[in-house]
Write a protein that binds this ligand. Structure first.
Ligand code: ADP
Ligand code: MG
Length: 222
């Protein structure tokens, strides 16, 4: 179960309030896109769900359990970042296997699993390459593989396609929609591009100044 509940979630940095009481329920298997301009608090909100930032006030529950103080690794989430966040001195296979390595899974098992996931994201044959040998789109596939290897219930994606060329970006969007239909993860995806949001989201939350100002299915938003 990976229902996500945000209940009056706030974030302040000192006297600066950046998230003003966000409440939202996300069902298992939903693909929710947060869209809004730079600085409106998208990354902060996602990082609080991931456990990379503390929550100043309000509650976060995942699968009914209060998660405010749980370690990132105990939340059933994995994150994909805009700038891929891959390790340059590791092969693609060992980048993909990284999350399992942290969990102490043995080399054979984690590499077997990483191979499966690399195939899933279209990187079969690239296992022994290094990140610098890959295009941006392929590096982001590797980033996605790394997130999926630990088999998270929830994928958190922070502008994952924003650094890609338009053509590659569209291709990655199509593939992500296909992948989601196959793996049925809960996805929270962040973007500042409304077209991308409308293309990907089963539900869209429009953010301004640390608040959700509109929430609905794509048809409601247009
Ligand atoms: P977005 O991802 O929508 O561009 P962010 O969540 O990164 O927005 O930032 C929201 C606001 O919070 C911005 O005004 C930013 O300056 C502020 N902020 C983000 N991180 C910190 C931090 N570590 N300390 C202080 N202010 C921060
Ligand atoms: Mg951001």
């Amino acid at each position: 179960m990976s229902q996500i509940e945000l209940d009056g979630v706030r974030k302040s940095y000192g006297l600066n309030d950046v998230i003003h009481g966000v409440s939202l329920n996300i069902e298992q298997g939903e693909f929710v896109v947060f869209v809004g301009p730079s600085g409106c608090g998208k990354s902060t909100l996602l990082r609080m769900i991931a456990g990379l930032e503390t929550i100043s006030d309000g509650d976060l529950r995942i699968g009914g359990k209060r998660m405010n103080d749980e370690e990132p690794s105990d939340r059933g989430v994995a994150m994909v970042f805009q700038h891929f966040g891959l390790f340059p001195h590791r092969t693609i296979l060992d980048n993909a296997a990284w999350g399992l390595e942290v969990q102490g899974i043995n080399k054979k098992e984690r590499r077997d699993r990483a191979r499966e996931v690399l195939e899933l994201v279209g990187l079969k044959g690239w296992e022994d390459a290094y990140t610098t040998e890959l295009s941006g789109g392929m590096q982001q596939r590797a980033g996605l593989a790394r997130a999926l290897t630990v088999n998270p219930e929830i994928l958190l994606m922070d502008e994952p396609f924003s650094a890609l060329d338009p053509l590659i970006r569209r291709e990655m969007q199509d593939e992500l929609v296909n992948l989601q239909q196959r793996i049925q993860k809960t996805i929270i995806f962040i973007t500042h591009d409304l077209d991308e949001a409308l293309k990907l989201g089963s539900r869209i939350a429009i953010m301004r100044d640390g608040k959700i100002i509109q929430l609905g299915v794509p048809e409601d938003i247009v």
